[in-house]
Design a protein around this ligand. Structure first.
Ligand code: FMN
Length: 171
């Protein structure tokens, strides 16, 4: 019987929501744990699903810390971020993160989901950056934040489950 683990890092709950959706379609005994409760060794797992959030164009710090010791046979990565999942920014964040897996660990798939951004962070950015600059207030930025505020939605969670099922088929 294959053994799985879902691990996640989540500050405001978006990645946790996706993690729980993924765990729900894995065998009943599969643990779904925050990174703080990660085991010391991953050798017993056939696949670890690792979820993280994007913090200033990189995986969050807790994820960056665990990646080099994630020596499971197989890993599947999922990520949430404020930007569009189809953006080059999203693809780059995921690609750069996957590169940090230890040699020998196979990444069996990736899933990117948009996630609402903490309004305090938006307010802070709008104060820090002049209007019209890439991170300052603009109609485009407001539209991006309004779209992000709708995610993860039920379709995203269903897509996350499809992703998990596709990974299972590959193992
Ligand atoms: C400090 C900070 C930095 C962030 N940096 C980015 C970023 O570079 N790109 C992006 O698309 N979203 C960024 N976000 C948005 C988060 O990645 C997004 O809200 C994510 O879904 C949060 O996940 P969580 O709810 O699991 O913590 C940032 C959020 C915070 C709080």
């Amino acid at each position: 019987m294959s053994k799985f683990l879902v691990l996640y890092s989540s500050q405001t709950g978006n990645t946790k929501q996706v993690a729980e959706a993924i765990a729900a379609c894995l065998p009943r005994e599969t643990a779904c744990l925050p990174l703080a409760e990660a085991p010391n060794s991953f050798a017993e797992f056939d696949c670890v699903f690792l979820g993280f959030w994007v913090d200033r164009s990189k995986a969050d710090a807790k994820t960056l810390e665990i990646l080099p010791r994630l020596d499971a046979k197989n890993v599947a990565l999922f990520m949430t971020l404020g930007a569009s999942p189809a953006s080059p920014h999203a693809a780059k964040c995921m690609d750069e993160t996957a590169k940090l897996l230890p040699p020998g660990t196979v990444c069996q798939g990736t899933f990117i989901c948009q996630g609402k951004i903490d309004p305090k962070v938006i307010e802070m950015m709008y104060k820090m950056f002049p209007p019209g600059s890439p991170h300052g207030q603009s109609p485009e930025r407001d539209a991006l934040h309004a779209e992000a505020a709708k995610h993860p939605n039920p379709t995203d969670l269903a897509n996350a489950q499809n992703f998990a099922n596709e990974v299972l088929l590959k193992l």
